[in-house]
Design a protein. Structure first.
Length: 327
């Protein structure tokens, strides 16, 4: 049965990640909106349109560049070439160009609106690292440390930074620390996601971290990366509470921070447990059965959703802290 173009677009643009992205939107609003008019203001709408336009364009580029390779994969990626065929490579490329131009033009308008070119600069940095992640001659995803920097930068750090700055007109250092921790933690989750494609990547000589370092070592690095990011998130949240301390009841400051930190830790508890099981599988099983076990254990979308939900609950506690009695 032929695949409809809308369904094909949703597959090529990786709409399955949307449930994980939606909880991040209230985080941005709580950290970015300083007055009610901004909540439904045109600038906020433009910022989110620019974000999603570029966000989906990045996935489309990756789907196009991996077209031939994805045909050989035994995972969900085998649907990607079918989606490309349904839309057409040329049509998909036209969509990519349109979405990127739209995102840049909206970012320029926002920059002129607030009198700062930071939103435009962030979007251009995102365009370079995001497109360079998949496209030659850069193809950062096969370049070791550059893969980590480009993906964590364009995928996890720049998007919330762009949105908060565009909506608020500024961003505080503690929030940047929180977002840096978030980017590191969620890049750590990528190691597990890349591990399930290990055999196919070796066959096609795609130098992902698992191919470069081996499954066990890369998963251990991923776990430590994840844990380091969580710690930095907790540091950023603490700095946010201290910065806002004057408007929070002193007797509630520490308990509320602990509650927020608890939500962050719980959000990553499941992924850390899965990582430990994945490491054990690679240490005890031969390659083929180990790979099958990794595919059962890897819950990448759920990991992302849980981590974002934890941050959302922590930021909600921070946002509501001044409204508690005695504040």
């Amino acid at each position: 049965m032929a695949m409809g173009r809308l369904k094909a677009y949703s597959i090529a643009a990786r709409f399955e990640y949307m449930p994980g992205e939606m909880p991040a939107l209230p985080v941005v609003l709580m950290l970015g909106v300083t007055e009610l008019s901004l909540l439904v203001g045109l600038r906020t709408v433009e910022a989110f349109v620019a974000f999603f336009s570029f966000f989906f364009a990045g996935f489309l580029i990756n789907t196009l560049t991996d077209y031939d390779i994805d045909k050989t994969y035994g995972t969900f990626k085998s649907n990607m070439p079918l989606a490309v065929d349904a839309i057409g490579k040329k049509n998909l490329m036209r969509l990519v160009v349109f979405q990127i131009v739209l995102a840049i033009m909206l970012s320029l308008h926002i920059s002129l609106w607030i009198g700062s070119y930071v939103p435009l600069a962030i979007m251009l940095m995102g365009a370079f690292t995001g497109l360079g992640y998949s496209l030659k001659p850069f193809k950062f995803k096969e370049r070791g440390v550059l893969s980590a920097l480009s993906l964590s930068f364009c995928g996890f750090f720049l998007p919330p930074t762009f949105l908060v700055y565009s909506v608020r007109g500024s961003i505080s250092f503690p929030v940047l620390v929180l977002f840096t921790g978030f980017a590191i933690a969620h890049y750590g989750l990528e190691f597990g996601n890349q591990a399930i494609d290990y055999q196919e990547d070796v066959k096609h000589r795609i130098l992902t971290p698992p191919v470069r370092w081996g499954l066990t070592r890369s998963l251990k690095i991923g776990l430590w990366t994840l844990a380091s990011g969580v710690v930095l998130e907790l540091v950023g949240l603490y700095m946010m509470f201290m910065e806002k301390g004057g408007s929070i009841n002193p007797s509630l400051l520490l308990p509320l921070y602990v509650l927020g930190g608890f939500f962050i830790i719980i959000g990553y508890r499941g992924s850390m447990a899965n990582y430990k099981s994945m490491i054990t599988a690679t240490e005890r099983l031969p390659l083929a059965p180990a790979t099958e076990e990794l595919r059962k254990l890897c819950k990448y979308s759920k990991w992302q959703i849980a981590g974002i939900l934890g941050v959302l609950l922590a930021v909600t506690v921070f946002f509501l802290a001044p409204f508690f009695p005695g504040a």
